[in-house]
Ligand binder design. Structure first.
Ligand SMILES: Nc1ncnc2c1ncn2[C@@H]1O[C@H](COP(=O)(O)OP(=O)(O)OP(=O)(O)O)[C@@H](O)[C@H]1O
Ligand SMILES: [Mg+2]
Length: 400
C-alpha cells in the first residue's frame, strides 16, 4: 500500500491554469472568439458570399504582418461559409494548404486534393508520391464532380513559400478551360509585403483588385483578444492589471496577437513554477525579459567567443557609464582585451575588433557612427549598443 502522506505528486501543476490549451500556439478559436477584426471578417465574408449561394467565390490576396490574424480569420470565415451554404442547399467546400509545409507545386496540389477528400469524406486514394502535380489536380476536379460541389475555395497560406504560381493559375482557369464545373476561388495569404510585387508581375490582373491588408493589432484589440482567453486561468488568479500590461507592451513592440498570447502564457507559467497564488505584472515583466534573453541568445549562439567578448565589453561600458551611450573603438578594445585575457584567450588586433564591431552594426545589434573630434583630431568611430545591456549580459552568460 503506498503511503499517500509521503507520495509527492511529481506531476502536480499548481492552481494557475484551468485550461491552458486556450493559450497554446495552434489553437484555432471559433469565430465567436475572434475579436477586433470585424472589417476583415466582413471583407472575407464578401469574397466568399457568392459561393454560399452557388456562385463564384472571389479570389482574394490577404497581406499583413505576422500574428495579425490572417490565417485565423480566413479559416474561421471559410468554416462559417460552409454552414451558411448548407442552409441554402449549396455544396460549398474549402481546402486549406499551408505552403510552408508544402512548398512545391506537386506537394501543394496533393495537399489540396487530400484535404478535399477528407472534407468530403471521400473514399479515394490520393497517392503520396509518384504522380505529377497535374494528376493531383485531376483528382481534385474528379472529386468536385463526383460530389457535385457547387463552389470551392482553396486557401493558400504562406503562398510566398510556394515555388511557382502554376497551382494558382490552374485554379483560376479550371472552369473556363472546362476541367471543372465547380466555381473555384482562392484566398492567398502572405506576411511578405514584397510578395505583392512579385505576384503582380506574374498573375492575371483580375487578381489584383481584391487585396486585403491586416494591420497589426493596437492595444485595445489585443486587450480584447486576451480578455477573451481569461478562462484559461483559474478564477481570480489573474491580477487585474496583467492583461492591460501585456496588451500595451505588445502593441508598442509588434502588434502580434500570437506573441501577446504567448507572453500571457509565459507569465502564467512563471507564476506556476514559483508556486504563487496569482499572476502579477512582475511575472509579465519577467516573461518579456526572458523572451528577449532567449532571442538574443539565439542570435549570438552561432558567433565566435571574440564577438561575445566584444559585445560584453560594450554592454559593460554602457551599464557603467549611464550618462554616455556611445564608445570609441579604442575604449571598447581595451575592455575587450581584459575580458578575452580573463578567459585565457589571445586577443585579436584592434583593427580586427573594429571590423567585427562594424559587422555587428550590420546585424542591427550595435550602431557605429563617425563623430568629428575637436579641431585637428580627425573623426573617429563610436559604437552604441542597440539592446538592453542587462539582457545582453544575461544572454551571454547563458550562452557562455
Ligand atoms: N482577432 C483575434 N481574436 C482572437 N485570437 C486571435 C485573433 N487574431 C489572432 N489571434 C490569435 O493569434 C494567433 C495568430 O494569428 P494568425 O495565425 O491568424 O496570424 P497570421 O496573421 O496568420 O500570422 P502569420 O503571418 O505569422 O502566419 C491565432 O492562432 C490566435 O490564437
Ligand atoms: Mg498565418
Amino acid at each position: 500500500m503506498p503511503d499517500t502522506e509521503q507520495t509527492n505528486n511529481i506531476f502536480e501543476t499548481g492552481g494557475i491554469f484551468a485550461n491552458r490549451e486556450l493559450l497554446r500556439v495552434g489553437h484555432v478559436p471559433e469565430l465567436e472568439r475572434v475579436v477586433g477584426r470585424d472589417d476583415e471578417v466582413n471583407s472575407i465574408g464578401q469574397a466568399l458570399g457568392p459561393a454560399t449561394i452557388g456562385g463564384p467565390p472571389e479570389t482574394t490576396i490577404v497581406y499583413g504582418k505576422t500574428g495579425a490574424g490572417k490565417s485565423l480569420v480566413t479559416r474561421c470565415v471559410a468554416r462559417e461559409a460552409h454552414t451558411e451554404a448548407e442552409t441554402n442547399d449549396i455544396t460549398f467546400q474549402h481546402a486549406y494548404v499551408d505552403c510552408s509545409d508544402y512548398q512545391t507545386e506537386t506537394k501543394a496540389s496533393r495537399e489540396m486534393a487530400r484535404q478535399l477528400a477528407v472534407n468530403l469524406d471521400a473514399d479515394v486514394d490520393v497517392p503520396r508520391v509518384g504522380i505529377a502535380a497535374a494528376d493531383y489536380r485531376d483528382i481534385t476536379w474528379d472529386l468536385l464532380d463526383d460530389f457535385g460541389v457547387d463552389s470551392l475555395v482553396v486557401i493558400l497560406d504562406e503562398i510566398d513559400k510556394l515555388d511557382d504560381d502554376e497551382l494558382l493559375r490552374s485554379l483560376s482557369r479550371a472552369r473556363e478551360s472546362g476541367k471543372s464545373k465547380t466555381h473555384i476561388g482562392a484566398i492567398c495569404i502572405s506576411n511578405k509585403i514584397e510578395y505583392r510585387e512579385r505576384l503582380n508581375e506574374r498573375i492575371d490582373s483580375s487578381l489584383q483588385d481584391n487585396e486585403l491588408v491586416f494591420d497589426p493589432y493596437d492595444a485595445g484589440q489585443l486587450r480584447e483578444i486576451l480578455d477573451n482567453r481569461t478562462d484559461a486561468f483559474e478564477d481570480g488568479v489573474l491580477e487585474g492589471d496583467v492583461i492591460p500590461k501585456v496588451a500595451a507592451l505588445s502593441a508598442k513592440e509588434h502588434g502580434d496577437a500570437r506573441k501577446a498570447i504567448d507572453t500571457l502564457y509565459e507569465a502564467g507559467r512563471l507564476a506556476e513554477k514559483q508556486g504563487t497564488e496569482s499572476v502579477t505584472v512582475a511575472h509579465v515583466d519577467d516573461a518579456v525579459k526572458r523572451a528577449e534573453v532567449n532571442r538574443f541568445e539565439k542570435l549570438v549562439s552561432g558567433t565566435t567567443p571574440h564577438v561575445k567578448y566584444i559585445l560584453r565589453a560594450l554592454a559593460l561600458l554602457t551599464t557603467d557609464n549611464p550618462a554616455q551611450a556611445a564608445f570609441r573603438t579604442h575604449r571598447v578594445y581595451n575592455l575587450y582585451v581584459t575580458l578575452a585575457q580573463g578567459e585565457g584567450a589571445e586577443p585579436l588586433s584592434e583593427d580586427r575588433v573594429y571590423r567585427l564591431l562594424k559587422e555587428q552594426s550590420f546585424l542591427g545589434v550595435t550602431e557605429s557612427n563617425h563623430t568629428g573630434g575637436g579641431q585637428g583630431e580627425g573623426s573617429y568611430l563610436e559604437h552604441r549598443l542597440l539592446r538592453d545591456p542587462e539582457i545582453v549580459v544575461e544572454a551571454l552568460d547563458v550562452s557562455a
